[in-house]
Design a protein around this ligand. Structure first.
Ligand SMILES: NC(=O)c1ccc[n+]([C@@H]2O[C@H](COP(=O)([O-])OP(=O)(O)OC[C@H]3O[C@@H](n4cnc5c(N)ncnc54)[C@H](O)[C@@H]3O)[C@@H](O)[C@H]2O)c1
Length: 324
């Protein structure tokens, strides 16, 4: 299978590319990535010598570039995005451009070239916030941040391309990812690297916001299942099954590095901060045999160990990270 992976130099995309090339000798992967602040080509160094791997630096909003790399592909797995909510609150323009317009450029090219499958990687944040119960795939989209609204727009454009033009689109909506190679502006790597460095961590509001945490390897296992077995035009939630408040998460990270609550700085809450995310992922479990394999406590401990051992990876990136 020849797969075009957009955003393959980012956190989740690079995990997907490394996994595919290490597990399937027949796969051929072209990564298309603009290498924005969060794209790190070194994330793909472990597979850079693989004969099935090709890297193209380019923008998904550039129709000529996209047309060129789309030729001959069997499938697209679309990760490329502006991905940080706080940055979208400071300025939504790049989010609308990449997440909405860039997705449409890819869909148009995939349709034109007769690509067999288009996996659009969306997010549970398109559902908004839920105080009790869990979202199924039928839940209406009600995103609250510029980031999630731009992802919601892209999600609907992808489904519209299936219904209107018959492109074989499948959409995944996953919960919050954690694991190695995550850019140190996101809460888990931000907190770990601040604590390793002896500084404080900024906890939003009273820390009662709840997130469902999903290890990046489990997420990529789910995407593989959808890529190979998902039904055209369908949406699949991918959850981690671990709901944790930010307060509890902070306590776990403090314990993991042997630090106390004096290292926590309570800061003004994020504007429009969603209170709780909760996914019902029984559809992918029942239809495609998905089950997360990484226990949260073990995955978190391994993630802390990874950041301890990879200071040379994250230290140069810290200067470009926003607050978290
Ligand atoms: N991280 C999470 O917890 C999470 C949760 C749900 C969904 N998602 C979605 O998963 C996808 C990947 O997220 P991530 O955390 O790996 O993000 P990331 O910020 O680590 O990586 C994004 C990648 O996209 C590239 N990129 C950005 N704009 C581009 C453009 N215009 N053209 C080409 N490449 C471009 C960047 O260079 C980077 O390599 C995103 O679509 C995101 O919305 C992430």
């Amino acid at each position: 299978m020849r797969i075009l992976v957009t955003g393959g130099a980012g956190f989740i995309g690079s995990e997907f590319v490394r996994r595919q090339l290490n597990s399937d000798p027949a796969v051929r992967i072209t990564v298309l990535d603009k290498l924005t602040y969060s794209g790190v080509e070194a994330n793909l160094a472990p597979v850079s010598g693989h004969p099935g791997y090709r890297f193209v630096r380019g923008d998904i909003c550039d129709p000529d570039m996209v047309d060129h790399v789309m030729a001959g592909q069997d499938a697209v797995v679309h990760f490329a995005a502006e991905s940080h909510v706080d940055r979208s609150i400071e300025g939504a323009g790049p989010f609308v451009r990449t997440n909405v317009l860039g997705t449409q450029v890819l869909l148009d090219a995939a349709h034109r070239h007769g690509v067999g499958r288009f996996v659009h990687v969306s997010t549970d944040e398109v559902y908004g916030s839920i105080s009790e119960g869990s979202w199924t795939e039928e839940w209406p989209l009600a995103p609250n941040s510029p980031y999630s609204a731009s992802k919601g727009g892209a999600d609907l454009l992808a489904l519209a391309c299936h219904r209107t033009h018959g492109l074989d689109v499948v959409v995944t909506r996953c919960s919050n990812n954690y694991g190695p190679y995550q850019f140190p502006e996101k809460v888990i790597p931000l907190f770990i690297t601040n604590l390793i460095d002896g500084s404080t961590v900024p906890l939003y509001g009273d820390g009662r916001n709840i997130r469902d945490w999903l290890h990046v390897s489990d997420h990529c296992r789910g995407i593989e299942l959808v890529l190979r077995g998902g039904k055209p035009g369908e949406v699949y939630n991918i959850g981690g099954g671990t709901e944790v408040s930010n307060h509890k998460l902070t306590g776990l990270l403090l314990d993991a590095v042997g630090a106390g609550w004096d290292r926590v700085e309570y800061v003004a809450d994020r504007k429009g901060h969603d209170l709780r995310y909760s996914l019902d992922d029984s559809k992918i479990r029942e239809q495609l045999g998905y089950a997360p394999q990484v226990d949260f406590a073990e995955g978190l401990a391994a993630t802390v160990a990874w950041y301890r051992e990879h200071r040379s990876w994250w230290e140069p990136l810290k200067g470009t990270a926003s607050r978290g």
